[in-house]
Design a protein around this ligand. Structure first.
Ligand SMILES: Nc1ncnc2c1ncn2[C@@H]1O[C@H](COP(=O)(O)OP(=O)(O)OP(=O)(O)O)[C@@H](O)[C@H]1O
Ligand SMILES: [Mg+2]
Length: 247
């Protein structure tokens, strides 16, 4: 069996696999019988309109929202685990709206990402790595996170997630409210992160952006997957173009 670039995984076996996943809030069902797979070192996009259920799916994966069906990571069932346990397995979110600790410094936010790690030397090394990856954060390490620009806050949220040493990083609406030039920079960083062997699940309302950067994509409408395939094929699919790309 072929080894993948990520230790402990195999390239031809899904890192993340969802089968028949349904979930909702109280009586309201939002996700309906979803199936989805992410392979090691892939960048997979999950796209869809407002309210389709993308963030809800990420909540299910982080185990803050219960679901029926099966979610496995490297063959291990996550349903039944606590949010802290799945975080410990390396399933880490960059949440919609950044959700930084506004009254803490940039550096303290980054260290919060590493709260579960006891390897102090490696954490200090990773902090330096983050400041090399995002020089802006290095210059602003003592600044309160809440006083930074939107782009800087998004960098801080991504760096905080990376400080957890993720296996699979889920990024929710990275581009929202940011200037195209900043989005482009963040995309370059994501590509570099992925080049270092971190698998990425990119949740985006900007379908053009997502499909031009991901390997594969899933299109979600009202809680169901309606299209999936290589991003380069979906971007030329007339139905996707009509619904999402203004064609
Ligand atoms: N805490 C909640 N309680 C009740 N309903 C909720 C809750 N959070 C989300 N919903 C509902 O679930 C549905 C899916 O919402 P969700 O946030 O997952 O969509 P989304 O695809 O992430 O949308 P967006 O692109 O706007 O971020 C919506 O109808 C929303 O109103
Ligand atoms: Mg959302």
């Amino acid at each position: 069996m072929k080894d993948s670039p990520i230790p402990g995984t195999q390239a031809n076996k899904p890192l993340l696999k969802l089968e028949n996943v349904s979930a909702g809030y109280g009586e309201m069902l939002v996700l309906r019988e979803l199936a989805l797979e992410v392979y090691p070192a892939e960048m997979v996009a999950l796209v869809g309109s407002n309210g389709a259920g993308k963030t809800t799916l990420l909540r299910v994966l982080s185990r803050v929202l219960p679901c029926s069906g099966s979610v496995t990571m490297n063959g291990r069932e996550l349903v039944g685990m606590t949010p802290d346990q799945v975080f410990g397995l390396g399933l880490v979110q960059v949440p919609e709206g950044r959700q930084l600790f506004d009254r803490m410094t940039v550096q303290d936010n980054l260290l919060m990402g590493a709260y579960r790690r006891s390897d102090k030397v490696a954490v200090a090394h990773d902090l330096d790595r983050m400041y090399a990856l995002f020089p802006r954060l290095g210059e602003r390490r003592r600044q309160l996170a809440g006083s930074m620009s939107g782009g800087e806050q998004q960098m801080c949220a991504m760096a905080r997630a990376l400080m957890a040493a993720p296996v699979l990083m889920m990024v929710d609406e990275m581009s929202l409210g940011l200037a195209p030039v900043v989005v482009e920079q963040l995309m370059e960083v994501l590509a570099a992160i992925r080049g270092n062997g971190v698998t990425v699940l990119l949740v985006e309302q900007d379908v053009q952006l997502a499909l031009s950067n991901a390997d594969r994509a899933y299109v979600m409408e009202t809680g169901r997957i309606v299209h999936s395939g290589p991003a380069s094929v979906l971007i030329d699919d007339p139905a996707v173009q009509r619904a999402y790309l203004g064609a």
